[in-house]
Design a binder for this molecule. Structure first.
Ligand SMILES: [Zn+2]
Length: 371
């Protein structure tokens, strides 16, 4: 049987530490049996059916979006949506021809019981024709102690093992758990490799974002993951969506990101730039470190500053633009570290209280433990 899978062409990441410099070397990954390839790094905007901020046409035509993530549980729980999406398949239903990644609803477990089984939601994602699908993993909070984190990790591994037999022709995401314990996270990855997963996502890191750009913990998780995981297997950082931080994660070996940050930031009145997000109430367009080249800002920058919906679109453009720039730098074999130094310098000048530079320095030192 022909696989209908799209493939993910992974262009990332082996990292070497040479003398005093760290080099990121792009290597390419190929995926089996398929015609469509997706270049990494790749950003998957969160798209929910009925979303009023951005349409599929806009994503495809204005933002060059070739891949997105959508919540399968949302489609599953409403009877009429479930029927429609099962009948038409998810790509026809959304009107989107690119790579479709689905989320299982694991995150919604926080808002109440789901009455959902792992098997059912995996089969549903497979049957609606999603390309990359998620198990119902069990989220660990940073406050979970070692015993709880271990239990959640083992239960998640069990669900992934159960899903591996059901996923084909989709790719099942091997979700890493382990909470704040690096050794547990390492153990999770070793088990996932033994199971033969082809796609890894780093789970339960969302609470570690927004700590005034202290990227140390997340960075260590990525550094460890890249060391354990086969270089051909893409690593997805759930919830990564700050255009300031993404290049650092890419440098360390992360390939795929997803987020609805562009909407959340706009709701909170934050204008994204590659150097950090600026509060529209406390800044003016003239105070920015760089002029934005998106069509909205070029047409009427003041309007973007005042209109939440336009601000969301500007934010999405900014994320995509940073991803484009990363691909260009990696593709040309240029040194990403120069970009990071440049961004850090401007960012720290605009936000002197930020923890980015300090945490980044600690991460660079941490590479010495690896080599
Ligand atoms: Zn703009």
């Amino acid at each position: 049987m022909m696989s209908k899978l799209s493939s993910i062409e992974h262009q990332a990441s082996s990292i070497r530490h040479q003398a005093s410099s760290i080099k990121h070397q792009a290597s390419s990954i190929k995926h089996q049996a398929s015609s469509i390839k997706h270049q990494t790094p790749l950003f998957l905007p969160v798209f929910e059916y009925g979303n009023s901020y951005v349409t599929i046409e806009q994503l495809e035509n204005q933002f060059d979006v070739t891949a997105l993530i959508t919540n399968a549980y949302f489609l599953y729980k409403k009877r009429e949506l479930k029927l429609a999406v099962t009948e038409q398949n998810v790509k026809n239903f959304l009107g989107f021809g690119g790579l479709v990644v689905t989320d299982s609803g694991a995150f919604q477990q926080f808002s109440g019981p789901l009455y959902l089984s792992n098997k059912k939601i995996i089969k549903f994602q497979r049957d609606i024709g999603a390309d990359v699908i998620s198990p119902l993993d069990i989220i660990t909070t940073p406050g979970d102690n070692r015993t709880t984190a271990t239990k959640k990790l083992n239960a998640t591994l069990k669900r992934i093992r159960e899903g591996m037999a059901l996923a084909d022709p989709a790719i099942l995401i091997g979700v890493q758990q382990g909470g704040r314990f690096h050794d547990l996270r390492g153990y999770a990855l070793e088990k996932l490799m033994e199971m033969g997963v082809k796609y890894i996502a780093l789970g339960s890191l969302v609470p570690f974002f927004n700590r005034n750009h202290d990227i140390e913990f997340i960075g260590k998780v990525i550094q460890q993951a890249r060391k354990i995981i086969d270089p051909d297997i893409p690593i997805h950082l759930y919830g990564g969506g700050d255009p300031l931080e993404l290049p650092f994660y890419i440098f360390m070996g992360c390939d795929i990101f997803d987020s609805s940050s562009f909407i959340h930031y706009a709701r909170g009145g934050w204008y994204m730039t590659p150097y950090g997000a600026f509060d529209v109430q406390r800044n003016t367009p003239a105070s920015l470190p760089r002029t934005c080249e998106c069509s909205l800002c070029k047409t009427d920058r003041k309007e973007v500053w005042e209109n939440e919906k336009k601000l969301a679109l500007h934010n999405l453009w900014t994320i995509q633009d940073v991803i484009r720039e990363m691909r260009m730098i990696i593709g040309r074999g240029n040194r990403l570290s120069e970009y990071l130094n440049h961004v850090t310098a401007i960012h720290q000048e605009c936000f002197p209280e930020s923890r980015l530079a300090g945490s980044w320095e600690r991460l660079c030192n941490n590479y010495r433990d690896f080599t």
